[in-house]
Design a protein around this ligand. Structure first.
Ligand code: NAG
Ligand code: NAG
Ligand code: CU
Length: 221
């Protein structure tokens, strides 16, 4: 009986030793390739012309759609958000599994207080066990109508996607454009109890396309 017990303790120790060496090896491997990406997101009013009219849209860094984030699985993102707009804002990293960083998830009043006008907040999280294209967007009222962009997660260096390498890759973001301030559209709907006004155009990468009026003007920005 005693011999059996000693044996199994011994085996357990051996398994434990093997596991810890494996863990040490894998964390060493990811330390050598994982990168930290620092980004500044300035939420601000920007003149955007669509459907022949120029509006003061809320954007990130004056870009609409906002910047595309490109990372590798295992990388860490540090995003400093400064709010220069006149609305409260938060940013949500849609689809990112916030394994030990729930407070970086972004929904306002759920995982954080909103970032006030003039305020700032730094999101820090590590992409872990994920590959593919996701998106980020404002998670505060209807700012998400113009405050959004793509997150492209490439496989960890030295790994490939589970399909043959494509000839090229491009990001396609579908959205909607209101010929109005989207924040007014939702607050009017809440006030009157009616449904919100429907959008004036569907967009691909922020552009209404050839079937809407003034489509060529939109390309000017
Ligand atoms: C704006 O954010 C502040 C601080 O996070 C919060 O106290 C306030 O209620 C928010 N205002 C609105 C309209 O959500
Ligand atoms: C919603 O649509 C109605 C009818 O076209 C219009 O009068 C109103 O100004 C619109 N609201 C906003 C916030 O654009
Ligand atoms: Cu989302």
């Amino acid at each position: 009986m005693e011999g059996v017990l000693n044996n199994s303790i011994h085996n357990n120790l051996r398994v434990f030793f093997l596991l810890s060496s494996l863990l040490a090896l894998t964390s060493f491997a990811s330390l050598t390739t994982a990168k930290t990406h620092n980004h500044d997101f300035v939420v601000q009013e920007t003149k955007v012309t669509r459907l022949c009219k120029t509006r003061n849209s809320i954007t990130v860094n004056g870009q609409f759609p906002g910047p595309t984030l490109e990372v590798n699985n295992g990388d860490t993102l540090v995003i400093h958000v400064t709010n220069k707009a006149r609305y409260n804002v938060t940013i949500h990293w849609h689809g990112v599994r916030q394994m030990t960083t729930a407070w970086a998830d972004g929904p306002e009043f759920i995982t954080q207080c909103p970032i006030r006008p003039g305020g700032s907040y730094t999101y820090r999280f590590t992409i872990s066990g994920q590959e593919g294209t996701l998106w980020w967007h404002a998670h505060s009222s209807w700012l998400r109508a113009t405050v959004y962009g793509a997150i492209v997660i490439h496989p960890q260096e030295g790994y490939t996607y589970p399909f043959p390498k494509p000839d090229c890759e491009s990001v396609i973001m579908l959205g909607e454009w209101w010929d109005a301030n989207p924040m007014d559209v939702i607050s009017e709907a809440t006030r009157t109890g009616s449904g919100p006004n429907i959008s004036d155009a569907f967009t691909i990468n922020g552009q209404p396309g050839d079937l809407y009026k003034c489509s060529s003007q939109g390309l000017l920005m």
